[in-house]
Design a protein around this ligand. Structure first.
Ligand code: CDP
Length: 226
């Protein structure tokens, strides 16, 4: 049975860590929609375009081609930008780019096509509310801002991305504010999403929880079919 799992939530809530693990265990495809907004932002910065200038950024849509390759590789116009898109200048500008409706429409079209192929786990901000409103499983993953900033700080240290804890804390707060206050497809839980607070849970505990939610849904769907 083909199903879609939507994992939404605020910045650095650990969505992609969980989504990758669950996707591997279940042989589902994993689609990191945040990486697409980040790659678009990287391109704008490369071109020297001001990310707060909507018109100038939207004008670049026809020039930007984003692809995923195995191993969580993100290509922008054929260039591997997997590492650059995690850097602080991209994080600091991505929420402006993600607030532009035309850019969202272009990327969402691509996201829906990718999701139509196999069973999929997609993470982002608007997956359960806008991209895949019919997703069988919707999870809204949260954690306190301190926990999220601390997790992202450690993750960046491991990846060798220079930053301070204070910078990350401010970035997470700023992105949450912009992401949840934009007009088009803002960050918010879908009405039928299951809220998962991971502040006091380990990665393995969250993976177990998400797998249980998926198993339960599959069981329900099987019963409905019979
Ligand atoms: O991993 P992290 O939570 O830091 O962020 P991400 O998932 O890589 O997303 C980066 C940014 O892209 C978010 O702060 C949003 O501004 C935007 N985004 C979005 O608007 N809609 C999505 N479906 C995914 C990301």
């Amino acid at each position: 049975m083909r199903i879609a799992v939507a994992i939404d939530g605020p910045a650095a809530a650990g969505k992609s860590t969980i989504a990758k693990k669950v996707a591997l265990m279940r042989n589902f495809s994993y689609i990191d929609t945040g990486a697409m907004y980040r790659a678009f932002t990287w391109y704008c910065l490369q071109k020297g375009v001001d990310c707060q200038n909507e018109e100038a950024c939207v004008a670049l849509i026809p020039e930007v081609n984003i692809e995923f390759k195995p191993g969580y590789v993100v290509l922008c116009n054929g260039i591997d930008v997997s590492k650059q898109i995690r850097e602080t200048n991209v994080s600091g500008n991505v929420s402006y780019i993600a607030s532009y409706k035309d850019i969202r429409l272009a990327l969402v079209e691509q996201q829906r096509k990718m999701a139509a192929k196999d069973s999929v786990i997609m993470d982002g901000r608007d997956i359960g509310t806008y991209v895949l409103p019919e997703a069988e499983v919707k999870i809204f993953q949260v954690a306190s801002v301190e926990t999220r900033a601390q997790r992202r700080y450690l993750e960046n240290q491991e990846k060798g991305i220079p930053c301070t804890y204070e910078e990350i804390y401010a970035d997470v707060q700023k992105r949450d504010y912009i992401d949840s206050h934009r007009d088009f497809a803002p960050l918010k839980p879908a009405e039928d999403a299951i809220l998962l607070d991971t502040s006091n849970l380990s990665i393995d505990e969250v993976v177990i929880e998400v797998n249980n939610i998926i198993d339960q849904k599959l069981e329900e769907l099987k019963c409905q079919k019979e």
